[in-house]
Unconditional design. Structure first.
Lengths: 612, 352
């Protein structure tokens, strides 16, 4: 401790508010200024004067579960890896996951990876790639044991094993959990491992561009939010793990940070986005701010009721009832509300019959959320809930190791589309996906580093200077509308016209609106012209990412003339395997979305009708 | 094209209907370029369900885009938006505005304490993270004989560290820590709660070393027990309770030489013997006789001011027997508590 303690004192923890010293690993190119006093100049001047060049073998973008897991794996393999993240790792939205993580351990009842795989394929409405799903289900149990050995505090059953609870559309109680704070526990355990493995994290660095040089990934350019200044972070391998894009919807469970940055970065680097029309709506979110009430509430026996107190799920899923797959429950709720059987735009999640003890021991977090943000105590009153945008099944097109069509550019977690979720994701599968495919991407990238060595791809100084001019132009602009205003307009448009139910007409209107918003977003009113913690600048860049993703979503949705999983068309109500059993690809064609398709991998399970 | 049934299904009617209210906030600003701070007042229209964070968003989106603060999850789990609301640290997203508006009160929002301010409501968390790193915040099973499957852990053992594992590292406790104000090197409530999360973990094998380290300078005994950390913690982690548990574990491991430990021991022994605290014994037994002699001039000063009780009177409570009975009761209860649990291999069967 004495040693450790001296170490942290030497790092200069009491620097009296001055900026911490930069790390010795920063290698400089161009002009570097170490004086932090000259902030009174215009940003265009000093931002250009403060350009940095850094080099690592592998860069992981994003520090949620997938990102941290990838970095840990790469570090273990012995390569020089660093994380670049716009948030501190524990601030990532993986931490908000509540219900649990799926792996066929068979601790509660008999279970097997094959059953897990089948449930996932069926849940995906047969759009999931079955080779990827098999890998996923097979490797999940070992990853769970590893998380447990790292120190995750999971809930135990009486025999001391990991407890497993039932979740929607799962054939067995398969979801390992930690009360209703599973994501929180996992994000902290992986952050602890980052510290243990001494992995460098560029905290609060906002990536603005993934650079491709001669067809190879060359690294990322990132803006240092805390201190200002643009960094070219050279790396032959970049793993995207930036998470989802829920903020394009008004009612969403996603954090403010979930703005699809990684999808936009990949799209602009020439990688197609896959299956973007499939966005999952979570059936139980609060009206006030979209906060998620976990599926675990229904797993523990909660009921959904309409304004007459009827359990309306009996109509759509007479067997599974409230535990049907999320798309089914969301549609049933939406229908109840739209048909006038809701209460104030919501349906009721009734937990009152579960009793104080069960609620307090199994679902304490949900109870607190309901009390804080909906003003009801679920012990006494039902919680008003409605569907909210929750999870992007689509994302960056990649293979089972996470590699995209650009060599050296990888993706894992929600930003990626491997695809194991197909048209609809099962609860508890996303946390597991981040860990399994995060590990695989980290492992594969590290192996590639060892095999190939330096590929020679570089971020040229001119590319950095161009990006610097682009950022300076955004910051320097004070004409137009504020980013927040446009973001809200986009969010309402998407929630109204590309929500749970879709039609040709609504989607066409939505597309027009998104195109219009993209045009209006070209000049944004930025009040903050400084370089230190300029959140006005970052929200402008985030808005652009959101708009690009929204464009991909709505274009693909308009083209897909069938109903499958989360994509539910009122004008094409049936699943059409003859024409549409294929993945949508969205290419970037000079800023416009160009559609393309590719086949689904089917191994064991031929498409069947899907009922619960 | 098939007939479109229920086309009205595409939109949820009344999805955005909310009652609104007008709220005024006084926000502390700090401009890193001019190094000047000031207060700004803003009046915004927000939904009645809005939190302080929503109000700040309304300011940023409609009034002043230069306002900076951290935010992410808006559901009290990421720990980004710790700031002072009316002088006490809280998560902005977990603090509803309605009660202030109803009371006609203008709240003052300012950055967290004990950490350097970067801009407006944003503080430099680097010192905070360094302290977290200093307590070796990861499980150490000494890598001995790691099982193929999960460790078997009694569910009750997991409950022992449940509260500490709720911590979101927001820094609200550190912001209000009195001890850290006078000693910025004090490890602080967040890092110590994190430390207990491992000391109390049945799987961790590094307990003794951890406790030895935590008994050092700026460690657990520097806490002044003001309980502000418990009061301000938005996640009910109760860091002070974790520090108390670390103290108890330290005694069990025989770490009793720190002045703080000795001080605590005098309290315990003295109340056991006499029913209440013998203050005359307190100083020499805590800092040792030599240092106590050095402090005699100070003691005389105190005596002149009438602050020292008569050192010769027998300090014994009237109903000392009752005190002893209470002690026995407590001891009995403590014996009933399970000893620190340990994890076992999957093939082992847990005790009955």
């Amino acid at each position: 401790m004495r040693l450790r303690y001296i170490a942290f004192r030497r790092e200069g923890m009491n620097n009296g508010g001055k900026f911490p010293h930069r790390d010795a690993c920063h290698v400089l190119a161009g002009i570097r200024h170490r004086t932090y006093s000259a902030y009174t100049r215009g940003i265009a001047v000093h931002c250009f004067r403060r350009l940095f060049m850094i080099r690592h073998d592998v860069i992981v973008l994003g520090a949620g579960l997938a990102g941290m897991r990838a970095a840990i794996e790469a570090k273990r393999a012995g390569v020089d890896v660093a994380i670049v993240s716009k948030l501190h790792p524990t601030r990532s939205h993986s931490g908000a996951a509540e219900g649990g993580i799926n792996a066929a351990l068979g601790n509660a009842t008999e279970d097997s990876p094959a059953t897990h795989a089948f449930d996932t394929v069926k849940g995906s409405d047969y759009l999931g790639d079955q080779d990827a799903i098999e890998v996923f289900a097979e490797e999940a149990p070992n990853d769970i044991y590893e998380l447990e050995h790292m120190g995750a505090v999971f809930t135990r059953s009486a025999d001391g094993k990991l407890a497993q609870r039932p979740f929607g559309a799962a054939g067995a109680p398969r979801t390992i959990y930690s009360a209703d704070i599973t994501g929180h526990v996992l994000i902290h355990v992986l952050y602890e491992q980052l510290i243990k493995h001494e992995i460098k994290v560029y905290e609060e660095f906002f990536a603005t561009q993934v650079v491709v040089d001669g067809g190879q990934c060359a690294g990322v350019i990132a803006w240092d939010t805390q201190r200002g200044g643009l960094h070219a972070i050279q790396a032959n391998h970049v793993i995207l793990a930036t998470g989802g894009v829920g903020r394009m919807y008004y009612g969403t469970t996603n954090a403010f940070a979930c703005t699809g940055d990684g999808m936009s970065l990949a799209w602009n680097a020439g990688v197609p986005l896959k299956d973007m029309e499939f966005l999952q709506f979570h059936p139980t979110t609060l009206k006030s701010n979209g906060v998620l009430i976990t599926e675990g509430c229904r797993g523990e026996g909660g009921y959904l009721r309409n304004k007459d107190g009827d359990r309306f799920m009996v109509g759509d899923a007479p067997n599974a009832m409230e535990l049907a797959s999320r798309d089914v429950v969301s549609r049933a709720e939406w229908k109840e509300i739209a048909d006038g059987r809701g209460v104030d735009g919501c349906v009721m999640l009734d937990l009152t019959h579960l009793g104080w003890k069960k609620l307090q021991s199994r679902l304490p977090g949900s109870r607190e959320l309901a009390m804080d943000y909906a003003g009801v105590d679920p012990i006494e009153q039902p919680i008003p809930v409605r569907p909210g945008a929750h999870y992007m099944m689509g994302g960056v097109d990649c293979d089972v190791w996470g590699e995209t069509i650009v060599p050296g550019l990888w993706a894992a977690g929600e930003v990626a589309c491997v695809s194991i979720h197909g048209a609809n994701r099962l609860g508890g599968n996303s946390l597991m996906e981040t860990v399994v495919f995060g590990r695989r991407a980290g492992q594969a990238a590290a192996e590639r580093v060892k095999e190939q060595g330096d590929t020679g791809a570089r971020i040229e100084a001119s590319v950095l200077a161009d990006e610097d001019r682009r950022i300076a132009a955004i910051v320097g602009n004070s004409e137009g509308e504020r980013p927040g205003v446009l973001r809200e307009e986009l969010a309402k448009t998407m929630y109204d016209k590309a929500g749970v139910y879709r039609t040709e007409e609504a989607l066409a209107e939505c597309k027009d609106k998104v195109v219009e918003l993209r045009e209006r977003a070209k000049t944004l009113k930025i009040d903050d012209h400084g370089s230190i913690f300029n959140t006005d600048l970052t929200s402008a860049i985030e808005l652009n990412s959101l708009l690009e993703c929204a464009d991909c979503l709505v274009t693909s949705a308009l083209a897909r003339k069938e109903s499958r999983g989360a994509h539910s068309r009122l004008d094409f109500t049936e699943r059409d395997d003859d024409h549409w059993l294929k993945h949508t690809l969205n290419w970037n064609d000079n800023g416009e979305v160009r559609l393309d398709y590719k086949p689904v991998t089917i191994t064991k399970h031929q498409p069947l009708a899907r009922s619960y | 094209m098939t007939e479109i049934k229920n086309a009205h299904f595409t939109t949820l009617k009344g999805a955005y209907d909310t009652e609104k209210m007008e709220a005024t906030l006084r926000v502390r600003r700090y401009d890193p370029e001019t190094k000047k701070s000031r207060f700004d007042n803003f009046t915004v229209t927000i939904p009645v369900t809005a939190s302080v964070l929503d109000a700040l968003d309304a300011i940023k989106d409609t009034h002043d885009g230069t306002l900076s603060y951290r935010k992410s999850c808006r559901m009290a789990v990421c720990g980004s938006c710790g700031m002072r609301v009316d002088g006490g640290a809280a998560l902005a997203c977990k603090t509803p505005m309605k009660k202030f508006v109803d009371a006609g009160h203008t709240i003052t929002v300012s950055p967290m304490g004990n950490l350097p301010v970067i801009k407006d409501l944003v503080v430099d968390m680097a010192p905070f993270w360094q302290k977290i790193r200093a307590v070796k915040p990861y499980l150490d099973t000494r890598d001995a004989d790691v099982p193929e499957k999960e460790w078997r852990v009694d569910p009750a053992a997991g409950d022992q560290i449940h509260k500490e594992s709720l911590c979101i590292l927001c820094g609200c406790c550190v912001s209000e820590c009195n001890s850290m104000e006078s000693d910025p090197d004090f490890l602080g409530p967040a890092a110590l709660a994190k430390a207990y999360r491992f000391v109390g973990d049945a799987r961790d094998k590094d307990t003794r070393e951890r406790l030895r380290d935590l008994n050092g300078a700026h460690g657990i005994w520097d806490c002044t027990r003001c309980y502000f950390c418990n009061q301000r913690c938005p996640k009910h982690v109760d860091p002070r309770d974790a520090i108390a548990k670390l103290g108890a574990e330290s005694f069990k491991e025989g770490f009793t030489r720190d002045e703080g430990a000795k001080h605590a021991k005098v309290f315990v022994d003295s109340t056991f013997k006499g029913g209440y605290l013998r203050e005359t014994e307190l100083v020499p037994k805590t800092i040792g006789p030599v240092n106590a002699i050095k402090d005699i001039p100070f003691a005389l000063q105190l005596a002149r001011a009438g602050k020292v009780p008569n050192p010769l009177s027998p300090h014994k409570a009237k109903d000392n027997d009752e005190v002893k009975r209470l002690w026995k009761l407590l001891e009995k209860e403590a014996k009933g508590q399970p000893r620190r649990a340990t994890a076992t291999h999957p093939d082992a069967v847990l005790g009955d």
